[in-house]
Design a protein around this ligand. Sequence first.
Ligand code: MRU
Length: 367
Amino acid sequence: MPLNSLNADVDMSEITHVYPILWREDHILLIDQTRLPREYGLVEIRRSEDLAEAIRTMIVRGAPAIGVAASYGMYMGAKELGEVDRATFLSKLEDVAEMLRGTRPTAVNLFWAIERMMGAVQDSREIQADKLVAVLLKEAQAIHLSDLETCYRIGEQGLGVLPESPSKLRIMTHCNTGSLATAGYGTALGVVRSAHRRGRLERVYAGETRPRLQGAKLTAWECVQEDIPVTLITDSMAAHCMNQGRIDVVIVGADRIAANGDTANKIGTYGLALVAKAHNIPFYVAAPISTVDFALADGSQIPIEERDPAEIAQIEGEPICPAGAEFYNPAFDVTPAELITGVITEEGCVTPEELSTLKDSAHASVR
Ligand code: MRU
């Protein structure tokens, strides 16, 4: 699909699935995910600093979407450098990369995309700054399009591992791993989408995902847009639903997967994996191979983002607890590999022990 068909001028009543990042000539438009579902608004981004701020404030979020957005951030930062020699260009581009790396620490796709963008200019023989800028734009668009294609493939691969019975499945998921979290279509929610399209979905149970409520605000919104049957539950209801026999399989996304399969994902994922194990329910992680960080031996080395305590101390700006309480607000947790039935990637589903077989594909996609 050409990028200019990821079009912002859409009639909301005809929307099928959404694209959170839209390329427009020389800038990007982001769906402002902080305003959904109340309001569908687009934010125009032209400067690398504004792009960094959009990632930090979660106007754009979700591991693959952050990676795609950061790629355009690198292009914008390069464009801002003006006419400089190649050495200056490379050194100043590293400053842009450093600014973008500082936005969110856990999702490895951010670092992966920046590395790929740096690699594109380093490998290029171009000397003139404007030519190097063009190289970066081409690379950002390649990352953007390939994420979309990767998500479709994850959806298809996921179909192959879904339990055969019952014929229509009740799938539990967490956070938002859909179109909004990627270039489009989604990872875990991409598998849900594919199951729905093939008549294999009874319904998806979406955990609300405190404190930012990505499940309630974003996943439920995406599902309703496409008539995917969705039941929203609070996070504390998950164990009860599994115990009641309402869930056939759990599928979540990932922000970073260590080489041994330990998986960082939205806070609450670890608890879901433990409860799924206790009820003998398969627990899958769906993610692109770019989310696997082969440099980290296990999950203890994954940096876990801590966010503003106000996210848990307030709801809609209103305090919900007495002054004097203290807060701890980790945005992610790490699910140990032994709780994970399989990792669904664009190349197929592997057990955590088999992840290393994907290493060559990972290198190939970095360049
Ligand atoms: O803090 P967020 O909203 O960026 O966290 C998103 C998640 O944890 C997703 O599950 C993960 O990025 C996978 S998205 C395909």
